[in-house]
Write a protein that binds this ligand. Structure first.
Ligand code: 5AD
Ligand code: SF4
Length: 495
């Protein structure tokens, strides 16, 4: 669906005839076309044009932003952290209402910047743009936005940007009123476009998409509506990408999917996630493998076995609980009970004792009583999470839970949230102490933000460690003696 693209009377129709139709060749064609215009503008301005990509939300969005930055760099933009740029792209999230509010807030600031730089391009993409109400509001009240696209067509960014750049050129040459807002939102796709450029944030670690979308339809969650149906990348494409990353110096990969445990089910030749992990393990040069996120209902014994015996799969599993009450879990459509979850957690703790178990918990789902909440606290006490993300339930229009009648009053939810947070933090601090005094491998990620005589890295179990060192250590795996646990992180010394 392309809502707003009227270039009649231009040479775009002619160009469409020359355009390669196969992806990704088509996009490389548009990158070249964009590059010509960006070069022209840069000569006029006497400086490089700059682009900023700001990410809201999860690791999936962070990964998408790397691809978008890669395309921008290919087109000739220099990437900047500042929003005072020639192009600003927000990659948005909509999992909770406050994520949307943040974007509207930021847009006010961008509209002021655009008054100073009228050629500035403001673009929005990501999950929030898949909501028709949001797009309608932007079209009505935020006309200074140049481009809106969704989650299914980020590979088309160069093509859409070309339309914006051409639109601006036509506007300037023909003294037309404002160029149109380009809106291109797809409802869903089974298309996975490989081999587009990416601009990686870290040289030594990288996220790798293994699947897109989600079929679970948890009743509170908007993700299946904005990210579409589950589709897996072919294992050979994933392995080829990881081999390439390894050749470029990457030693840690994070396999990304909304529900990695159901990876491969829809492929022509089905492959299990556990088997994919074994294949990734064979890639020379890769020393650590992480993955995110696992659904408890699909976590197989085969996966536990592979993790247990692996030298490379990290000692960390994120296993979202959401609620400890079987009654609420049923209303959430999670398809496991409190007892099944506890059994699984106990098995994991038994089979892989040094595993760090983390989780997501929602407080105040419609109909949650004090008894239900107590069940959640009970699971937290029994599982003893290494850490937990706690969320206040947020009503998302269009999801089944939004229409449930017994929404929990705000003051009750806030009180429960505080009690849960206190318990989670207390246990997390105790659990973090588990490795105090040990010497363990740390992958160094950066200089310490506050003290440049220290570097910061991560243990296999994902805990942060700060220790004396310099930038030469960044990207290296070193053994560190974990001297002092400071609650949720460690201070240490190189062994
Ligand atoms: N309200 C609050 N939290 C939510 N999450 C997903 N949808 C909602 C919602 N409507 C949380 C879940 C999920 C995490 C990524 O975000 O805990 O695991
Ligand atoms: Fe949302 Fe549930 Fe899918 Fe996770 S598994 S993305 S919570 S619907």
């Amino acid at each position: 669906m392309n809502l707003n693209k009227d270039f009649s009377g231009t040479d775009l129709a002619q160009q469409t005839l020359e355009t390669p139709l196969e992806e990704p060749a088509r996009q490389y064609y548009f990158m070249t076309k964009c590059r010509e215009i960006v070069k022209e503008r840069s000569l006029e301005a006497g400086r490089e044009l700059t682009a900023n990509v700001t990410t809201f939300g999860c690791q999936m969005n962070a990964k998408d932003s790397e691809k978008l930055r890669g395309i921008l760099r290919e087109i000739g933009f220099s990437i900047t952290d500042s929003e005072e740029a020639d192009l600003v792209l927000y990659n948005t999230c909509t999992v909770r209402e406050n994520a949307n509010l943040k974007v509207y807030g930021h847009l006010g600031y961008l509209s002021n910047l655009k008054k100073k730089n009228p050629r500035m391009i403001i673009a929005l993409c990501g999950c929030m743009m898949q909501e028709p109400d949001v797009v309608a509001k932007l079209q009505k009240s935020y006309r200074f936005v140049n481009l809106i696209f969704g989650t299914h067509n980020i590979f088309k960014f160069a093509e859409l940007l070309y339309q914006v750049l051409e639109g601006q050129r036509i506007e300037e040459q023909m003294l037309l009123p404002k160029p149109p807002m380009i809106v291109d939102i797809w409802k869903d796709t089974d298309q996975v476009v490989e081999d587009l450029p990416a601009d990686r944030t870290y040289s030594f670690k990288s996220g790798v998409n293994i699947m897109y979308g989600c079929n679970n339809f948890c009743t509170y969650c908007i993700v299946p509506y904005v990210r579409g149906r589950e589709r897996s990348r072919r294992p050979e494409d994933i392995i080829r990408e990881i081999e390439q990353l390894s050749q470029d110096g990457v030693i840690e990969v994070m396999l990304l999917g909304q529900n990695v445990n159901s990876y491969g089910k829809t492929l022509d030749e089905p492959v299990s996630f556990a088997h994919l992990l074994e294949m990734v393990e064979q890639v020379p040069g890769i020393r650590r493998i992480r993955f995110m996120t696992s659904h408890p209902k699909d976590l197989s014994d085969e996966l536990i076995e592979v993790m247990k015996h692996s030298q490379k799969v990290c000692r960390h599993l994120h296993l979202p609980l959401q609620s400890g009450s079987s009654r609420i879990l049923k209303r959430m459509n999670r398809r496991y009970t409190k007892e099944q979850y506890l059994d699984l957690a106990a098995k994991l703790r038994r089979e892989i004792p040094d595993l760090s178990l983390t989780t997501d918990i929602i407080v105040g789902f419609p109909g949650e009583t004090e008894e239900d909440f107590q069940e959640t606290l009970d699971v937290v006490r029994q599982v003893r999470y290494d850490s937990a993300f706690t969320f206040i339930y947020s009503k998302r229009t269009g999801t089944p839970a939004a229409a449930m009648e017994d929404q929990v009053p705000e003051d009750i939810v806030k009180d429960r949230f505080q009690r849960l947070l206190a318990l989670v933090q207390e246990i997390s601090q105790e659990m973090s102490r588990r490795v105090e005094g040990q010497t363990l491998p740390v992958l160094v990620e950066s200089l310490n933000d506050h003290d440049p005589s220290l570097v910061t890295g991560r243990l296999s179990n994902n805990l942060l460690v700060h220790f004396p060192g310099n930038e030469k250590l960044i990207g290296q795996m070193v053994d560190v003696h974990l001297t002092t646990c400071k609650g949720f992180y460690y201070l240490g010394e190189m062994a």
